[in-house]
Design a protein around this ligand. Structure first.
Ligand SMILES: [Zn+2]
Length: 537
């Protein structure tokens, strides 16, 4: 939120200058329209009052005497009202949008709150919402200029003169046009329509406070006894929600320039624009609520469910085979919500899981952002998995990410560990893992790692330890030590999230030595504050 306000501050000054210049130009040439004043707020496309959902949309249709109040569609056996359809289309698998923004766009497109057809409304709304969301995501990432894959200068310039919502609407209405100004008349009409429909200015801002960053999630499933659900597709920090933009940024800052939807890079299953985490699992795996909350969306046809946790966050579950909780039902953390499946836009059985900021309908990475460079996604991602100061591979606060070869070993902390084989080049490195925790009491901590010692192990496992001073890379020989807690080092920590990251990238020659992913522990260094001076000396 602070960031958004900062943008507004930064972007407002040039706007005044532009408006004056545009006025001068128009004075000389009546064919040129003046530059538009900033008429749309940064977050008008995303935010809506938390209470503006399907029942309120229904009341809205009734107040407006719209025939949509009586419209229904049966989708996948579920009877859905027009208000349900607007709500579902605005809160999808891949993005969230303000239902008000969708209603406004629809109103302009149709010349009223009318749909003179039988059926097809959901498809229409989903296509419209998808396009708006992709443009908004593109706009947000265009603000990043200090990373590889930065945008063409002219598009960044368009954006710098306005904001991402303005950018998205401009581009939505000027599709196929040569210049942005072609769409500006429509954006003005949009702003007027928004005011008409909601008696509210489109330049109003979200007022909800930013959510807490304390971890509150558990895994939305139980790990199977003898295997491990790995992350197959991860959150793309560069334009999540926009699949046509090929750049990928992983949570550890690794940059993948060329991944395309449905293609892989370097042996990883991954695609660009992903806004969440994919956990591959057989159809029929029990799924549970990642935290307590209330069901605010249920869409059977695509197996979609959204739970609002009342703490500023929502979680999104998609492709479920069967849902067993109802709209408005309260659920507890760990309570079963249904079974996993392969419904909707899915290329194989998995759970698509998303962490969404409620007020801004903005998706973030629950594994955080662990890189020295700035996160290309300008909404804060934090490590949101609950855990304690000892994190074993089976805990929710440890996740292994997909790769070609993971092997279970009955040795290790807690009676189990997993290993993969080392690679010497970044391109050959496809397996990695993260252990995270939340440091409640700031201070000095010893950080330990556990792995089973074996002669087949790498001599160069490099643990990246994140602490108050940033990351430290600690290389240890998993061949010469192990089967005990091995000290990686003593570091200072602030209150907040902390993590250790390990990958299969080592300097082993030959490569293909075992790299074990097992357990990490943060142990506070106790200080004897309470001992009398005489004893300490
Ligand atoms: Zn997914």
């Amino acid at each position: 939120m602070a960031l958004l306000n900062n943008w507004n501050f930064r972007l407002f000054a040039p706007l005044g200058v532009l408006a004056v210049m545009a006025g001068l130009i128009v004075g000389n040439n009546a064919n040129l329209r003046p530059a538009q004043p900033k008429t749309v707020s940064q977050d008008v496309l995303l935010s809506a009052p938390l209470t503006f959902r399907s029942p309120e949309i229904q009341r809205f249709f009734e107040q407006k005497s719209s025939p949509l109040a009586a419209y229904t569609e049966t989708v996948g056996g579920q009877d859905l009202s027009a208000s349900d359809l607007f709500w579902i289309a605005s809160q999808g698998e891949n993005f969230g949008l303000s239902p008000r923004a969708l209603l406004t766009t629809f109103y302009l497109d149709q010349g009223g709150l009318v749909w003179p057809h039988t059926g097809g409304l959901l498809d229409y709304l989903q296509a419209m919402a998808g396009k708006l969301a992709a443009l908004e995501a593109e706009g947000s990432s265009l603000l990043v200029h200090d990373l590889p894959g930065q945008p063409p200068a002219d598009r960044a310039k368009d954006l710098a003169e306005t904001n991402t919502a303005q950018y998205a609407l401009d581009h939505f209405y000027s599709a196929g046009a040569k210049s942005l100004s072609d769409g500006q008349g429509s954006v003005s009409a949009w702003v007027a329509a928004y005011q008409d429909l909601f008696a509210e200015s489109a330049s109003a801002k979200a007022v909800e406070p930013p959510p807490s960053t304390a971890p509150f999630l558990r895994l939305p499933f139980d790990q199977p006894k003898d295997s491990f659900v790995r992350v197959e597709s991860f959150f793309d920090h560069y334009t999540p929600g926009n699949f046509t933009e090929p750049t990928i940024y992983r949570f550890d800052g690794k940059y993948l320039p060329s991944a395309q939807f449905k293609t892989c890079w370097g042996g990883m299953t991954c695609y660009s624009g992903h806004n969440g985490i994919d956990y591959p699992m057989p159809i029929g795996t029990p799924l549970v609520a990642a935290a307590s909350g209330k069901v605010i969306l249920r869409y059977d046809y695509e197996g979609g469910l959204i739970i609002d946790h009342g703490n500023g966050y929502r979680t999104v579950y998609w492709h479920m085979d069967k849902i067993i909780v109802n709209l408005n039902q309260a659920v507890n953390a760990g309570q079963q919500i249904g079974w996993s499946g392969n419904r909707g836009q899915s290329t194989g059985p998995h759970l698509h899981f998303v962490l969404r900021i409620s007020a801004l309908s903005r998706d973030i990475d629950p594994y955080g952002w662990w890189a020295v460079q700035k996160d290309p996604w300008p909404y804060p991602s934090n490590f949101m998995w609950r855990g304690d100061l000892t994190v074993d591979n089976r805990d929710g606060a440890c996740q292994l990410f997909y790769g070609g070869y993971w092997t279970r070993d009955a040795a290790g902390y807690g009676g189990e560990s997993w290993y993969t084989l080392s690679g010497r080049t970044f391109g050959a490195s496809t397996n990695w893992g993260i252990w995270g925790t939340y440091i409640d009491r700031p201070g000095s901590y010893q950080v330990y790692a556990f792995w089973p010692k074996s002669p087949e192990n790498t001599t160069g496992a490099t643990y990246q330890v994140w602490h108050a001073g940033g990351p430290s890379n600690i290389t240890v020989s998993q061949r010469d030590d192990g089967s005990r807690w091995v000290l990686l080092g003593t570091f200072d920590f602030k209150q907040g999230q902390a993590a250790v990251i390990l990958t299969d990238l080592t300097k082993d020659n030959p490569p293909k030595q075992r790299v074990y992913f097992d357990a990490i522990r943060w142990e506070p260094v106790e200080k004897s504050y309470y001992l009398p001076e005489i004893i300490r000396n």
